[in-house]
Design a protein around this ligand. Structure first.
Ligand SMILES: C[S@@+](CC[C@H](N)C(=O)[O-])C[C@H]1O[C@@H](n2cnc3c(N)ncnc32)[C@H](O)[C@@H]1O
Length: 220
């Protein structure tokens, strides 16, 4: 619960600023576009945007005529902004924890979780909840900050699992140091099939160029 309280506090303070930053964050924009592209066609599909923030991934999906989108975030503030930013009868909004939220079994065609899973100490239970809620043959797409770049920049020991706090001029935030193999093996053990991996965008740290985002697409 402590982590969840901290996430809420982070995004209560950061919500409006996030909106400003993301309007000009070209790399993050490209990733959201790619996420949607990897999941097309979405016509007549029911989508869960888990950790939706201010709803930017959902906004991209709306252009492709899905049946409905469930925007879910643990932060009330982010959902308030998302409601203000998205005006479509196809979108419903929920404040809840993606690890615990109780939508029906086999309910969604697609679950997307962009840049939100690394806040979780227990990703296994979150993946289990996703598995329960997605339909047979349904898709789950996870996008996270690439663990290699994260190690180069913040956590130093790639193999040590810990909670890392970042305090910079942007904001105070944390993440858990899950490895690439965790993000792949945990969902596979639950029953998902891995369909595609993408390592996209880049950042130069010192003299080395690292991948910025890791995108994983699974099927139930
Ligand atoms: C970096 S933002 C990304 C938002 C959005 N997915 C996007 O593409 O812009 C992370 C979001 O995940 C949400 N979040 C973190 N942990 C969560 C949880 N356990 N359940 C639901 N939302 C969560 C935060 O409140 C925040 O809005």
């Amino acid at each position: 619960m402590k982590d969840e309280r901290e996430v809420i506090e982070i995004f209560e303070n950061f919500g409006e600023k996030f909106l400003e930053e993301e309007k000009v964050n070209k790399k993050a924009k490209n990733v959201r576009k790619l996420i949607v592209k990897l999941l097309l066609p979405v016509k007549n599909k029911r989508i869960l945007d888990a950790g939706c923030g201010i709803g930017l991934v959902s906004k991209n999906f709306l252009k492709f005529n899905p049946k409905e989108i469930y925007c879910l975030d643990i932060s009330k503030k982010m959902i308030e902004i998302a409601k203000r930013e998205i005006r479509s009868k196809k979108v419903k909004f929920f404040v809840d924890d993606m690890e615990k939220v109780k939508f029906p079994d086999n309910f969604f065609d697609i679950i997307v979780c962009n840049f939100s899973l690394h806040f979780k100490r227990k990703i296994r239970t979150t993946f289990k909840n996703f598995y329960r809620m997605v339909k047979q043959k349904g898709k789950i797409l996870i996008a996270i900050p690439h663990p290699y770049r994260r190690t180069a920049k913040y956590s130093k020991n790639y193999f040590k699992f810990k909670k890392v706090w970042i305090i910079d001029k942007r904001m105070k935030r944390f993440f858990y140091t899950w490895k690439v193999e965790d993000y792949i093996n945990i969902p596979i053990k639950i029953g998902f099939k891995l369909k595609e991996i993408r390592e996209v965008e880049s950042e130069k740290i010192g003299k080395v160029i690292y991948p910025l985002y890791l995108i994983l697409l699974f099927e139930k």
